[in-house]
Design a protein around this ligand. Structure first.
Ligand code: ADP
Ligand code: ZN
Length: 522
C-alpha cells in the first residue's frame, strides 16, 4: 500500500481508468478508496446507484492479497463476479449455490484471487476463518450493512457476528456499505460491526431536481386529475392494492390517457408488454403497485405519483427516486387519506410479526407521517431522516414554494380528544365529528351521545376541518385505533394537548375536500 494519500489516490485513479474504464471518481469515492488503501476503516452511506462497489473493488486491486466481500444476496454476488471477470479481474463467489467450491478454495489458497465474494454464514465457519488467517487478506467489505439492524426489514443474524473480524484480523481494513440507514441503524451498524474507528462517508441523498409535494384529504381522483393536467412526460402512479391499480388505470384510459396497469397478479406476458411500452414511450402512465420499478432503467420518468401512503420514508425515497434520473426537473406528488393510515396501521398490527418488529414498523410509519405533516421544508425533513443536514430550505417543495397558511388547531384538538374520551373511547372518526358538530344522527341518539357535554361544542368548524384535526391526531399517534375494538383511544402523548401545554398548527385551506371521504355516511 502507498504511504501517502496522494500516491494512493494516483494509484486508485490509474486502476479506475485502466481496469474499470471510468475517467473520474464521483466524490466521495476518492476519499473512501484513499482511506482504505491507507489501511483505515470506513462506513459508507450512499444511495442506490451511487457507486458503492468501486469503493472496495479499487482498494482490493491496489492492496496486496485477496479482498473478501460479504454480501447477503447470491444473485448480487454472481452479477458482480461476472462483471469483474469480464474486466479480467480474478474474482469468485462462495455461497450455498456456488459452482465447484473446492476449486475456488484452491485458488484462494494459491493467492490467485483478487476478490472473493462470500456469504456471511460461509465466512463465519471456523474452518473458513482459519483458512483466511493463513492467507494475505487485503480488506473486508461488508455490503448491505443494514442487515445487522436487528429490527430492520432485512435482518440477518449472522451479520451481527461479523464484528469478530476486527479481533481475528487485526490490521486488515474493513469497509461497511449501505444505501439505507437512518441515524439509529447507523449507530447499530458501527457498534455491532466494531467499526468504532471507521471514518463515516455520506454521499448526499439529495435529489435536487425532484419537486416534492404531499397532499392529504379525500377526493384522490380529482386531485390526481388536477395533477396530471400539468404533466407532459412519462410517469408512474403507485397504488397500494392490485384492485386500485386496475381501477385507476381504466379510469385514466377512460379520460383519454395512455395508461396501463402493472402488478404481480397480471400474466407475465402482459406485464412485460406494458413494461416495454412504458420504456419506449408508447404508454405515458404506468399505474402500478410497488412491484414495479425495481431495476427499471428509464431516466426520463418525469413524475411519480402516490395515491397512498408509503409505509416508510425509505420506501417513499426509493419510489420517488425513480423520477428524474436524467437530472431534469421532475415531480414527486403524493395524495393520501385517513383511510390509508388506518389501513397501514391495521396491517402492521395484524401482520403476525413479533411485537418488537411491529413497534419498529410503527416507528417507520410514524416517521413517514411526520414528513406528510411537516409544515416546513420537506427536503430538509426527508434528508434529516437520513442524517443529512440541509442548511437552507430547498425552494423546490410544496411548503417552500407556497408557505402554507396555518391555523391554530389547539383548541379543536382538545375538543376532539375530549369527545373521544367522554364517549368512552369506542367511537370512530365520523361518529366523533357528528358529536362535535352536534349532528343528531340515529347512532348518536342510540348511544345517548347527544347528552354529552361535548355535543355540538365544535359546530363553528366545518366537518372537513374536523377531518383534518383527526387526521393529525391519528398521524401523530395521539389517538390510536383500539387494539381489538373499533373505536379510537387516547394515547398518553395527548395529555399535553389536553392540558393546553402544546399548541398545534395545521395548514389551512389545503384539503381539497368537496367530495366526502369514501365510505362516509351522510
Ligand atoms: P450501488 O452499489 O451504489 O448501487 P454501483 O456500484 O452498482 O452502485 O454503481 C452504479 C453504476 O454507476 C454502475 O453502472 C457503475 O459502473 C457506475 N459508476 C460508479 N462509479 C462511477 C464513476 N466514478 N464513474 C462512472 N461510473 C461510475
Ligand atoms: Zn423545501
Amino acid at each position: 500500500p502507498s504511504s501517502s494519500p496522494d500516491l494512493a489516490l494516483a494509484q486508485a485513479q490509474k486502476i479506475l481508468r485502466e481496469a474499470f474504464g471510468h475517467r473520474e471518481f464521483r466524490p466521495p469515492q476518492d476519499a473512501i478508496v484513499t482511506r482504505l488503501i491507507g489501511g483505515g476503516d470506513a462506513l459508507v452511506l450512499m444511495p442506490t446507484g451511487g457507486g458503492k462497489s468501486l469503493c472496495y473493488q479499487i482498494p482490493a486491486l491496489a492492496r496486496p492479497g485477496t479482498a473478501i466481500v460479504i454480501s447477503p444476496l447470491i444473485a448480487l454476488m454472481d452479477d458482480q463476479v461476472q462483471a469483474l471477470q469480464r474486466r479480467g479481474i480474478a474474482a469468485a463467489a462462495l455461497h450455498s449455490a456456488a459452482n465447484a467450491p473446492d476449486a475456488i478454495e484452491h485458488r484462494l489458497r494459491a493467492g490467485a484471487l483478487r476478490i472473493l465474494y462470500c456469504a456471511p454464514e460461509r465466512l463465519l465457519q471456523e474452518r473458513m476463518l482459519r483458512l483466511l488467517r493463513e492467507l494475505s487478506i487485503s480488506l473486508f467489505a461488508i455490503d448491505e450493512a443494514h442487515c445487522v439492524a436487528q429490527w430492520g426489514h432485512h435482518f440477518r443474524p449472522e451479520y451481527r457476528q461479523l464484528g469478530r473480524l476486527r479481533a481475528l484480523f487485526p490490521g486488515v481494513p474493513r469497509i461497511a456499505l449501505t444505501a439505507s440507514a437512518d441515524l439509529a441503524s447507523r449507530a447499530e451498524i458501527q457498534q455491532s460491526l466494531a467499526l468504532g474507528n471507521a471514518q463515516v462517508f455520506v454521499q448526499s441523498f439529495d435529489r435536487p431536481n425532484i419537486r416534492y409535494r404531499i397532499e392529504q384529504g379525500s377526493g384522490a381522483r380529482e386531485a390526481l386529475a388536477e395533477f396530471l393536467r400539468r404533466q407532459r412526460g412519462a410517469g408512474i402512479v403507485y397504488c397500494l392494492s392490485r384492485r386500485k391499480v386496475e381501477e385507476t388505470a381504466s379510469w385514466l384510459q377512460s379520460v383519454g390517457y395512455r395508461a396501463q396497469p402493472y402488478h404481480a397478479g397480471l400474466p407475465a406476458d402482459q406485464r412485460s408488454a406494458h413494461q416495454i411500452d412504458f420504456l419506449s414511450g408508447k404508454i405515458q402512465i404506468m399505474v402500478a403497485t410497488i412491484a414495479f420499478g425495481m431495476g427499471i432503467d428509464k431516466a426520463d420518468v418525469r413524475f411519480v405519483a402516490h395515491l397512498n401512503l408509503p409505509k416508510s420514508i425509505e420506501a417513499y425515497y426509493q419510489e420517488t427516486g425513480r423520477a428524474g434520473r436524467d437530472g431534469k426537473p421532475a415531480e414527486a406528488w403524493m395524495h393520501y387519506s385517513l383511510q390509508d393510515l388506518l389501513l397501514l396501521r391495521q396491517m402492521i398490527q395484524q401482520s403476525g410479526a413479533s411485537s418488537e418488529q411491529r413497534c419498529a414498523e410503527e416507528e417507520r410509519l410514524q416517521a413517514m407521517l411526520d414528513l406528510t405533516e411537516e409544515v416546513g421544508c420537506r427536503r430538509q425533513k426527508l434528508l434529516g431522516y437520513f442524517g443529512e443536514k440541509l442548511d437552507q430550505p430547498c425552494g423546490n417543495c410544496d411548503n417552500c414554494l407556497h408557505a402554507p397558511p396555518l391555523w391554530d388547531a389547539s383548541e379543536a384538538a382538545q375538543m376532539a380528544l375530549s369527545a373521544a374520551y367522554r364517549s368512552g373511547q369506542r367511537c370512530g372518526v365520523q361518529h366523533l365529528i357528528d358529536i362535535l358538530i352536534g349532528r343528531d344522527t340515529p347512532r348518536v341518539r342510540q348511544a345517548q351521545h347527544h347528552r354529552l357535554q361535548v355535543f355540538g361544542i365544535g359546530r363553528r368548524l366545518p366537518p372537513r376541518d374536523w377531518q383534518q384535526v383527526f387526521r393529525h391526531l391519528l398521524a401523530r399517534g395521539h389517538l390510536q385505533p383500539h387494539p381489538e375494538g373499533s373505536g379510537l383511544i387516547l394515547h398518553a402523548s395527548s395529555r399535553p394537548i389536553l392540558r393546553k401545554e402544546q399548541r398545534i398548527w395545521l395548514r389551512s385551506g389545503t384539503a381539497n375536500t368537496c367530495s366526502p371521504e369514501p365510505g362516509r355516511r351522510s
